[in-house]
Design a protein around this ligand. Sequence first.
Ligand SMILES: [Zn+2]
Length: 449
Amino acid sequence: MAQHPAIWIKDPIGIFAENAARGIVVRDGRIVELVQAGGAPRTADAVAFDASAHVVLPGLINTHHHFYQTLTRAVPAAMDRELFPWLQALYPIWAGLTPQSLELGVTVAMSELLLSGCTTTTDHHYVFPRGLEEAVDIEVGVAKRLGMRVLLTRGSMNRSQRDGGLPPDSVVQDEGTILADSARVVAKHHQRGEDAMVQIALAPCSPFSVTTSLMRKTAELAEKLDVRLHTHLAETEDENKFCEQIHNCRPLDYLEDCGWLNARTWLAHGIFFNASEMKRLGKAKTTISHCACSNQILASGCCPVCEMEEAGVAIGLGVDGSASNDESNLMQEVRAAFLLQRARYGVTRVSHKDALRWATRGSAACIGRPELGEIAVGKAADLALFKLDELRFSGHGDPLAALVLCGAHRADRVMVAGKWTVIDGAIPNLDVADLIRRHSAAARKMQVT
Ligand SMILES: [Zn+2]
């Protein structure tokens, strides 16, 4: 393989790493050297990139999202509602998703994420109306075009209103179809190894939209294919009640009973676990995606992240679907998580560095990619570089803290696997105005039908 010249990200004004005050050297998609204060790169042919106006972070990792929901932001019928009635208001609109509108929704979500400094994202796609059977394939196409690293999930729903579930019949599929397509997308798209750009996980939507049989068979399939498992759990009190009514147990007991309580699984939300449940999660190495904005908008509650971490549970961050956030900006999610958790735990237990750690190393643990989320030799060259030249930063002290405290929201440069995917605050070859025009038109059309 031909070697590309090494790049020295030189003399940043701040960097979220130890022993790298003069920057880092990247080559062939990996970080190959940290340059200490007063030092110079040992890599002889490294070409310098002047980072003297930048703060450098490991690329942020988004561990929970529903890209298609960018088409239904701030929908009046769903506003000011809690999770269940919110879902019931939106399901009929989502039933109108088409391959064209999905592709636009996905492009908008991924572009927003990239521009906010996110280099790796997951997506949880579980709405499969007739005609949208290739939803995951469409998402893979967009990720490749934008150069983003992804862990896309083949989501599912098979318990509709007919069977006592929440979603209407028009958006669910049967178990056989779901399992066959899950195996198909893994075989077609899932890459293995540390340099993987596209991975697939399996993700039944939630206990109230999926049958027990599908939960169990999905876990078995994930084990057989060696891919990760994802679902929503312990998001609301309503969910606890539903679980107790239908299954006579709490959500975590149900999860365990279905064969999901293990290191393969990461869960979105995790708000309503008690102390002994947190210990069980920690022991099982199951991880949690904390979605601070979504949890606040839907008034679901607050994930007890410090207790979770003390119990050995890794915490990542997720922007969650754009109908409950309603944005896809991971840097702002870092600030939201920082503020929410600081209010809960106080100044000595939560710092801006904790929030940055959740969005990087913590998120990497959630998605089973320890080679991501950290600036260290041998790790992936996935980086987010922010400038501090906006009005909001004027007068700042600590540059790293300023990103979180002053509310950074747009990266100036983003690198994924050693390639620049955002340059001067823009995605090369992406006509944003045209994308907004087409995406808005598709959203309007969906929302009136
Ligand atoms: Zn979600």
